[in-house]
Write a protein that binds this ligand. Structure first.
Ligand SMILES: NC(=O)c1ccc[n+]([C@@H]2O[C@H](COP(=O)([O-])OP(=O)(O)OC[C@H]3O[C@@H](n4cnc5c(N)ncnc54)[C@H](O)[C@@H]3O)[C@@H](O)[C@H]2O)c1
Length: 455
């Protein structure tokens, strides 16, 4: 097949390389000339994706994968499957800004228009109308009400006749994309039955054999179902974490260890409770429940889970306040007033240099609301980078309190004497060597785990 991938980011580039490894002829398109140059030099533009560098070296060298910044020309040259996966950027309230998606889809439409004008057909080598598939996660209805109409309007061609528009949510985990592409069923939803089936056939050819036989490609009976599936997966996780967080707060109130409770509950096969934590950050889990709610505003569970999860940074600050009131020279009504508190970790999760919806922002806000002075450190960010994020960098001087926000591997071995002055710790991710801290005379509380026991 001839395949075009539009947007060579953390998802699109591995997808393009995977298609090329499977023997397809692939053109990858990106508006960033630097990304295009690196790919054409066989060099990965970002680290951390298992197998990507080797795949690029192999497939670029023999011409199976070529990158370009000219999406219009790539599409006009003819393709069977056009996968579009730019980011759908959201604002602080998770409302989508469609710029990148609209621009990418517009360029594909212009390419189709040009091909049709020059060749009298939009078909690629397989002779059928090409499939244009947005893989970016979108609110339900976007393929039918936004992507399809835009493709028609900007190309002057007909959906279902000159091309098929479809949605196939990308569900892989960055870092292990090649592995996931071979294992997860690929979900496809079209705007009509023919387009959906035609697109699914192309994905079957694209993905080929996995370790357990042909990779399953599942048609879902409409783009809406495919869109909703991705929102269901992510919203389920947010709700599950929300429940774990409520359990943790209840465990704190009654003096039991939530970790032991969750492990015990999950020891039978119908219970899959996730883990509590100080914050739910990242591009997906805090965002997609809001996409879900935009389509189903009456839904109560996603809204409740969002509220519970968003309250956790404030809860961690409250815990620290109780601890400092207890161990401080005197108990006061505002135990954090004037106290310096170090937040460890700006990244939303360990080992990634990303702060999208990171808990660090709400922690700093809650600390300021409690009249404390937050400072932040992260092994992946220098002081200037923290400053650019509006986060006050820690200068290494004494602090009264500490909250662990990110599960960076470095924190497992963090020694208490590395943080001068610290009198109380809330380990929001349960990563510290708690015994070492307690042995050094510094009390530590993990969320839901360390309230005084009933016996
Ligand atoms: N990152 C993940 O873990 C993940 C997992 C599953 C699904 N997704 C989905 O994939 C989407 C993309 O995520 P990502 O992590 O690859 O993004 P990214 O930020 O790594 O890369 C985006 C790329 O798109 C390019 N781009 C932007 N506008 C373009 C345009 N008009 N034409 C061509 N290229 C353009 C950028 O230059 C950049 O190279 C997300 O919005 C999400 O829906 C991401």
């Amino acid at each position: 097949m001839k395949v075009v991938v539009v947007a060579l980011g953390k998802i699109g580039l591995p997808l393009a390389a995977f298609a090329a490894l499977r023997g397809h002829t692939v053109v990858g398109c990106d508006i960033d000339e630097d990304v295009v140059a690196r790919v054409n030099a066989g060099r990965e533009p970002f680290p951390g994706e298992a197998g990507l560098q080797d795949a690029l070296r192999e497939t670029v060298a023999d011409g199976r994968l070529v990158a370009t910044s000219d999406t219009v020309a790539a599409v006009a040259a003819g393709a069977d499957l056009i996968m579009v996966v730019p980011p759908l950027v959201v604002d602080e309230r998770a409302r989508p800004a469609w710029r990148a998606v609209d621009a990418a889809v517009g360029a594909v439409a212009e390419g189709l228009r040009r091909r049709h004008a020059e060749q009298g057909t939009t078909a690629g080598p397989d002779g059928d109308p090409p499939s244009v598939v947005v893989e970016t996660t979108m609110p339900v209805g976007s393929t039918r009400t936004r992507i399809g109409p835009r493709l028609q309007r900007d190309s002057g061609l007909r959906e279902g006749v000159d091309f098929h528009a479809a949605h196939s949510p990308e569900r892989v985990f960055s870092g292990r994309i090649f592995r996931d592409l071979e294992r997860y069923p690929k979900l496809v939803g079209g705007l009509d039955a023919t387009g959906e089936e035609r697109t699914a056939e192309r994905y079957r050819r694209l993905l080929g054999e996995g370790p357990d036989g042909p990779v399953e490609v599942r048609t879902l009976g409409g783009a809406e179902a495919a869109e909703l599936t991705k929102l269901a997966e992510t919203t389920y996780r947010d709700i599950n974490i929300g429940f774990a967080n409520e359990l943790a707060r209840h465990a704190d109130a009654i003096g039991v260890d939530v970790e032991a409770v969750i492990d015990a509950a999950n020891s039978q096969p119908y219970s899959h409770i996730h883990r509590p934590g100080v914050a739910v950050g990242g591009h997906c889990i805090p965002v997609y429940p809001r996409f879900y709610l935009a389509g189903d505003p009456e839904a109560r569970l996603p809204a409740a889970a969002r509220a519970v999860n968003a309250s956790m940074p404030g809860y961690a600050v409250e815990l620290l306040g109780h601890m400092l009131a207890r161990v401080g020279p005197e108990s006061t009504a505002t135990p954090l007033r004037g106290q310096r508190v170090l937040v460890l970790g700006a990244a939303y999760r360990g080992g990634v240099k990303e702060t999208a919806f990171s808990g660090v922002f709400d922690l700093c806000r809650s600390l300021r609301d409690a009249e404390a002075a937050p400072v932040v450190a992260d092994p992946l960010y220098d002081a200037d980078e923290l400053d650019a994020l509006g986060l006050p960098a820690w200068d290494g001087s004494a602090v009264e309190g500490l909250i662990v926000q990110t599960d960076h591997a470095e924190y497992r071995a963090l020694a208490p004497d590395a943080i001068p002055g610290v009198r109380a710790v809330v380990d929001g991710r349960g990563v510290l060597d708690v015994e070492a801290w307690r042995a050094a005379g510094v009390p530590v509380r993990r969320i839901g785990r360390d309230a005084p026991r009933p016996y």
